[in-house]
Design a protein around this ligand. Structure first.
Ligand SMILES: Nc1nc2c(ncn2[C@@H]2O[C@H](COP(=O)(O)OP(=O)(O)OP(=O)(O)O)[C@@H](O)[C@H]2O)c(=O)[nH]1
Ligand SMILES: [Mg+2]
Ligand SMILES: [Zn+2]
Length: 301
């Protein structure tokens, strides 16, 4: 069969049993991956930019995968623009250490973090919003009937690729259904078919948004797992706290860990109130954890 005539490029949006679904502006092509390309030891994943050739029967063959700007392992996804961290203001109570860990991983992966505080109809997000805006992170507060904030977020993520994460019960499904009602129905359907909660993160796909862009669509919108695969070494950690950056190079000791040293410009900024103490506390906890990472493990990254 002739597959050499028409070359197109698009985004891999779904992967089922060796078939790749590649979205090319207004159509989705079912593609296989060419053997020679498979041998290069790349496993194409959702979000990959693929070059495809269309065969006479309308099916495609992936001939190339463009270089990824970033990737995450669980679920496998590439080229994310935003990681949307959903966090409830009240029930479950906000866990700032967990939130700071996710922000750090996003920064490390060069994915833009966006925080959404939910359930603001029950408890205001004002204090939390102030805290994180001060760090220079984008924040949205959304509750029941916050249609303005919801629309603002919807507009913000249009034409970009976003994945949502957050603890169970924080309101991810509610938020996504509120923003994209049709998508909610589809997801409920997938969840029923696959059995909710089973292997959820393995069945990731990208859902095209009406106004362009994609959101990562896993059954139940489950979160991605950063624990084992996204290891940030202690020396790379400070860089992942964006509000610390202006103080780099200003500490008394060149190899300052910014955890407890005298003359540390970061700690001085914390004491002056220019950096939030809770963020520095998270940094110190993460630094202590990172110190325990055995070398063999991070060499495998
Ligand atoms: N009052 C109020 N309740 C909310 C809000 N958002 C979600 N809830 C409620 O919180 C509960 C959990 O919401 P879900 O949307 O299912 O949470 P989830 O993050 O998808 O949870 P998992 O799927 O288990 O990860 C539900 O009872 C929602 O009705 C909100 O903004 N305000
Ligand atoms: Mg859910
Ligand atoms: Zn320092």
């Amino acid at each position: 069969m002739n597959c050499e005539n028409k070359k197109l490029s698009g985004t891999i949006v779904k992967l089922i049993g060796g078939i790749y679904f590649v979205d090319v502006s207004d159509s989705v092509y079912e593609c296989t991956a060419r053997g020679a390309f498979r041998n290069k030891n790349i496993s194409p994943c959702c979000g990959d930019k693929a070059v495809i050739e269309i065969c006479d029967d309308g099916r495609g063959v992936i001939t190339d995968i463009l270089e990824r700007k970033n990737e995450i392992v669980r679920p496998p996804m590439a080229n994310l623009d935003n990681l949307i961290l959903v966090c409830s203001t009240c029930e479950p109570p906000p866990n700032l250490l967990l939130l700071d860990k996710f922000i750090a991983v996003a920064e490390f992966k060069k994915i833009n973090p966006i925080i959404v505080f939910t359930k603001t109809d029950i408890k205001s997000s004002d204090d939390l919003t102030e805290l994180y805006e001060k760090c220079g992170v984008e924040v949205y507060g959304i509750g029941k009937d916050s249609s303005d904030a919801m629309n603002k977020l919807k507009k913000r993520i249009s034409a970009e690729v976003s994945a949502f994460t957050g603890n169970t019960g924080v309101g991810k499904t509610t938020l996504l259904n509120g923003m994209f009602p049709q998508l909610g129905e589809k997801t409920a359907e997938i969840s029923r078919k696959l059995g909710r909660g089973r292997h959820t993160t393995r069945h990731v796909s990208l859902h095209k948004l009406p106004m362009g862009g994609y959101i990562a669509d896993t059954p139940g919108f489950s979160s991605f797992d950063t624990s084992k695969y996204d290891i940030i070494l202690k020396d790379e950690l400070a860089e992942c706290f964006r509000e610390f950056r202006p103080y780099f190079g200003k500490c008394r000791y060149a190899d300052c860990s910014h955890t407890k040293e005298n003359g540390c410009a970061v700690i001085e900024a914390v004491n002056r109130g220019d950096i939030c103490r809770s963020r520095h506390n998270s940094y110190v906890s993460m630094y202590e954890e990172a110190r325990l990472i055995p070398e063999w493990l991070y060499k495998k990254r």
